[in-house]
Design a protein around this ligand. Structure first.
Ligand code: ADP
Length: 450
């Protein structure tokens, strides 16, 4: 898998590297240039001194110039020798008398490990004469080397410090600039995990009014709109179910009346059909109403002490006939005096639903079991069956509204895919959680933690 690096880190790495490259190039250039400049300076200085002295040697000022060189005040880099190399005067800074003379040529020489620039001029006593004086200028280039070296030391010491500040400062600035994005991610995550569309991205009024600031404002506006749409949709479901209740009750009542007065089998069958379908629609409408009320936080919650043993017995009793139709055994295993704080009728309808599903999707002569026990400071209720099971790919979808795995397995019971959605809403209203485990062909287990 590819490693993920945050944009902040990538930006920081990018310009820190760039800064490093730039600083290195600039400092190397400065180092080389300053080295070259000092060498040029040394060469010019030597040439000038040597030229000035050689002009005067042999002239009327000859005596003065020897004196000047000897005074060790001016011309410190110059020494004068006889034509055979014998030292006469000068040489106060460096002893370079061992270096062979090279007429009018700047040359580099190393004496006892130190490098010098040497410049020799021969001044004949009389024009064309072999006898005369060597005037030698010499200067160590150590200083220039030190200068070059110090640039290298700067590179080694100063660059890391500059880079550290660049990286830290840059990271701090980008982190601040990216703060709105973190807020957006944080809010989106909260909305997703807590299922709470009411949350909004925090906007700092003092922050810069940049693109990210505008993005946060726009996203908040979008969330307002979505929240409104969801509200309207819930209101519509609630209103529609409410409006449907009365006509359905009338249809049901009149269907039952028709069933009573049916004269023959045909009429009876038609009336039975009306009653069955009206019953299904009535069930659907009450589930929709319940879901809408829970969604809108309007569902009454009558918290009371509920004995799970008693509640299970009531449910099992009401399911007996349905189970008998498929020869399904209803088993219970509930600890004595297992009391929970719950809304009895809601919890009853949730467990009824799970057991009825167990029977609906159970095999002939199978079983559906209900067990409940304490688990630390929570209560666990398990409804399990050895029925047809749920394919793995559907397991996380079965809680969705109107979700049915396939129409064939549900049709004969007039299923509507709202049962588990309702169970989940009821359990969550109690602050609980519900989980499912299932294996195709082997059975299903619903686990409620309250
Ligand atoms: P329905 O009204 O269709 O039963 P539910 O919401 O209760 O709707 O269940 C959703 C789907 O999950 C069902 O259509 C069914 O296919 C599957 N299902 C639910 N409970 C069980 C179970 N105990 N065994 C097998 N499948 C089940």
């Amino acid at each position: 898998m590819k490693k993920t690096t945050s944009i902040k880190t990538r930006i920081t790495i990018w310009y820190t590297t760039l800064m490093f490259a730039l600083l290195t190039v600039i400092l190397l250039l400065i180092g080389t240039l300053s080295y070259q400049l000092s060498i040029d300076n040394i060469e010019n200085d030597i040439r000038l001194q040597v030229a000035e002295i050689s002009d005067k040697v042999g002239s009327r000022q000859s005596r003065d110039i020897f004196h000047q060189v000897d005074s060790n005040k001016e011309f410190k880099n110059v020494s004068i020798y006889l034509e055979n190399g014998e030292y006469i005067v000068g040489q106060y800074l460096y002893d370079v008398s061992s270096v062979p003379f090279m007429r009018d040529e700047l040359h580099r020489e190393t004496v006892e490990g130190e490098e010098y620039i040497v410049y020799d001029v021969f001044k004949p006593a009389r024009p064309g004469d072999d006898r005369g004086y060597w005037i030698r200028g010499a200067e160590s280039i150590n200083y220039a080397k030190v200068l070059g070296g110090s640039v290298f030391i700067i590179i080694l010491i100063v660059i890391p410090i500059i880079l550290l500040f660049t990286a830290l400062g840059g990271y701090y600035i980008t982190r601040k600039a990216f703060l709105p994005i973190n807020n957006i991610i944080h809010t989106a995550n909260n909305i997703y995990t807590q299922n709470d569309i009411k949350q909004r991205i925090q906007i700092n009024p003092e922050a810069q009014k940049d693109e990210l600031h505008n993005l946060s404002i726009t996203l908040n506006k979008m969330l307002d709109k979505i929240e409104n749409l969801i509200k309207q949709e819930k209101q519509f479901t609630s209103d529609a179910s409410h409006e449907l209740r009365t006509p359905i009750s009338v249809i049901l009542a009149q269907g039952e009346y028709l069933l009573d007065i049916a004269q023959n089998d045909k009429e009876k069958e038609l009336a039975e059909n009306i009653v069955t379908k009206a019953n299904q629609v009535s069930k659907l409408v009450s589930r929709l109403l319940l879901l809408a009320r829970i969604d809108q936080n309007r569902q009454k919650f009558n918290k009371e002490k509920v004995d799970l043993g008693v509640l299970t017995d009531i449910v099992v009793d009401s399911m007996k006939d349905l189970a008998a139709q498929k020869d399904i055994l209803l088993l219970t295993n509930v600890a004595d005096n297992l009391i929970v704080d719950a809304d009895e009728s809601l919890l009853l309808s949730a467990i009824t639903n799970l057991i009825s599903n167990g029977i609906k999707y159970g095999n002939e002569s199978g079983y559906v079991s209900v067990s409940a026990s304490r688990l630390g400071n929570t209560t666990e209720i398990i409804v399990a069956d050895n029925g047809i099971g749920i394919p793995e790919e559907h397991l996380d979808k079965i809680w969705g509204r109107f979700y049915r795995i396939d129409d064939v397995r549900n049709d004969e019971y007039g299923s509507n895919g709202l049962g588990l959605a309702m169970v989940k809403s009821i359990i969550e209203l109690h602050g609980g959680k519900i989980y499912v485990k299932s294996e195709l062909g082997k059975g299903t287990e619903f686990r409620i933690i309250l």
